[in-house]
Design a protein. Structure first.
Ligand code: A2P
Length: 348
């Protein structure tokens, strides 16, 4: 029997990706679509300005959107909710759903850095989910909140994890070139971004710098011990629709050659044997001198693989490379769904 799930913020850009990934999911049955009072009562096809490159799934089109109310009867039999809410709303609503006994898999930043909330990329720190026992006990919830990181952080930590495990990390510098879809349909005006680049994304650098260290750190005695390397991020918005590119410079603790980095990244496949439906090989290496590119590579592994290329020696740091992520799949909805699949496999 499938597990009944709902999506909060279902009409928004990440919400639509959730709908795409969950409509025909082998273990989840998408039962509830929630959004604002403006959309509640309308059929999904009328409430939502659908901007994906596939049609609205047939079985979803006529579902009636409900308000984001944890006590609404539509949620009665739902065990899991996926949250694509804007962060200020997530801060209020996600707790209410956890209190009502739902496991909330959140893509929002609202609770990511709280000391009893796991911030998880399952290939990197799945064990951090164990903190939810403390979260439930402390907050008196039957449910829980499990978060996934900011889109740019996911790309970065997946590539750093195999390097850290084998060679140690001393310092990392990341420059991002981020797609406009990360800001939502109305996020970046076309007049601002066409023929242009915007060298500022609010709070993005701070998120990358703190979230990465929580994820790559340890969970010891029910406390997060942050990783101790230095990370500096510089974030830019570029005129790409989907696909964040990151130029990553790494200084390792042990001396390392580019071929060794390539080898550990290529072998990195920690959840291979779990057969999770949304899982794809986390890192795919491209050998061509001019890859990865957003348009050509973002759908690798159905948008779940990070594509890495141009692994080479650096004159100042040890190595540098280019990584690409489908930001609304691997970097958002797909990340939450993978967390939920892992959770079901390990803890349900
Ligand atoms: P709605 O379409 O009804 O406004 P995005 O980040 O792409 O802008 O999407 C935001 C999502 O959050 C949408 O699904 C939107 O629904 C939903 N939302 C916005 N305001 C509220 C609110 N006050 N309560 C619940 N959901 C909201």
């Amino acid at each position: 029997m499938k597990i009944k799930v709902g999506v909060l913020g279902a009409t928004g850009s990440v919400g639509q990706r959730f709908v795409q990934l969950l409509a025909e999911h082998p273990i989840f049955e998408l039962e509830v679509l929630a959004a604002s009072e403006r959309s509640a009562g309308k059929k999904y096809k009328d409430a939502c300005y659908w901007t994906q490159d596939t049609d609205i799934p047939e079985k979803i089109k006529d579902m009636v959107v409900v308000p984001t109310d944890a006590k609404h009867e539509a949620f009665k039999d739902v065990d899991i909710v996926f949250s694509a809410l804007p962060s200020d709303l997530a801060k209020i609503y996600e707790k209410e759903f956890a209190k009502e006994g739902k496991i909330v898999f959140s893509n929002a930043s609202a609770h990511r850095m709280e000391e009893d909330v796991p911030l998880v990329v399952p290939e990197v720190n799945a064990n951090h989910m164990e903190i939810i026992d403390i979260q439930r006990e402390k907050r008196g919830w039957d449910g829980a909140i499990i978060t996934n990181p900011n889109c740019s952080t996911i790309c970065c930590v997946i590539t750093l994890k195999p390097i850290m495990d084998k060679f140690g990390l001393d310092s990392v510098i990341v420059t991002t070139l981020q797609a406009v879809s990360g800001a939502g349909w109305n996020g970046v005006p076309s007049m601002a971004i066409l023929d242009n680049l915007i060298p500022y994304i609010k709070n993005e650098e701070e998120k990358m710098q703190t979230e990465s260290l929580k994820i790559l750190g340890d969970l010891e005695d029910n406390k997060f011990k942050f990783a101790d390397f230095k990370l500096s991020a510089s974030c830019n918005r570029v005129a790409v629709i989907d696909g964040h590119t990151e130029c990553i410079f790494v200084k390792t603790k042990e001396k390392v050659e580019p071929d060794e980095i390539k080898e550990v990244m290529d072998k990195f496949d920690p959840l291979k044997d779990l057969n999770l439906p949304t899982y794809a090989k986390p890192i795919v290496i491209r050998e061509e001198v001019d890859r990865p590119q957003p348009r050509l590579d973002r759908n690798t592994g159905k948008g779940m693989s990070i594509v890495v290329g141009r692994i080479r020696k650096d004159n100042i740091f040890d190595v540098k490379y280019v990584a690409l992520e489908h930001n609304t799949i691997r970097g958002a909805a797909g990340a939450s769904v993978l967390n939920a699949e892992y959770f079901i496999k390990k803890y349900w």
